[in-house]
Design a protein around this ligand. Structure first.
Ligand SMILES: Cc1cc2nc3c(=O)[nH]c(=O)nc-3n(C[C@H](O)[C@H](O)[C@H](O)COP(=O)(O)OP(=O)(O)OC[C@H]3O[C@@H](n4cnc5c(N)ncnc54)[C@H](O)[C@@H]3O)c2cc1C
Length: 172
């Protein structure tokens, strides 16, 4: 099909789940793209874990500064600039975005900004999905999926390799 690009691995979403998968697969030599519609690196570095801790840290500093006299410290009148709090948080988030872009460059994974959607499932795709679902129900780890399915040219061959290996906890 004209204008069609082929990838070994296409990851939807560059959050905690997607980015490490994308970087790992690309580093292993698979042509990989990660499609992200908004937040480079997902929620954690942009709007969740890290920004929330950054702002909580400002609140702790403000609280301690307000109690400075208790500790024998003369800090003078303490005021809070919410702009300063926001600017500090934004600088951290910007730095994290740059770090993520560096990881994309270093691993070779392509970052495509846009909203991903499935337009059709071919026969091959549904066969792969069935195999992936079987593997997930058997609680097989990602490495078993990778070695048993993605690394094998045919689904039949992949399933034989996959189901021939003993189930392992995904946490191992
Ligand atoms: C306030 C807050 C604080 C938190 N603090 C912690 C903490 O301290 N420790 C901790 O372990 N966890 C924390 N979490 C939870 C943590 O943020 C999530 O568990 C984690 O981000 C989930 O990762 P994910 O990859 O599943 O999803 P996300 O990080 O949300 O990534 C999904 C990505 O997919 C993209 N996407 C979705 N659909 C499409 C599409 N169709 N096309 C293209 N892109 C798409 C989204 O834009 C997004 O970037 C916190 C969450 C919140 C809200």
């Amino acid at each position: 099909m004209p204008g069609t690009e082929n990838y070994d691995m296409l990851v939807i979403g560059s959050g905690e789940a997607g980015k490490y998968l994308g970087w790992t697969m690309a580093s292993e030599g698979h042509r990989t793209a990660v499609v992200e519609r908004q937040l480079i690196g997902g929620s954690c570095p942009n709007i969740a874990c890290l920004p929330s801790k950054n702002i909580i840290h400002s609140a702790k500093v403000r609280s301690l500064a307000g109690r400075a006299a208790e500790f024998g410290v003369d800090a003078g009148p303490v005021t809070t600039s919410m702009k300063g709090v926001q600017d500090r948080k934004r600088a951290m988030v910007d730095g994290l975005r740059r770090l993520h872009l560096d990881r994309y460059r270093a691993s070779g994974a392509e970052l495509i900004m846009g909203h991903a959607r499935f337009t059709a499932f071919g026969a091959d795709a549904s066969e792969h999905m069935a195999a992936v679902q079987v593997a997930m129900m058997a609680r097989m780890p990602y490495t078993a999926l990778r070695d048993g399915i993605f690394a094998h040219p045919t689904v039949a061959e992949g399933l034989t390799a996959l189901l021939g290996s003993p189930p392992v906890s995904p946490l191992q």
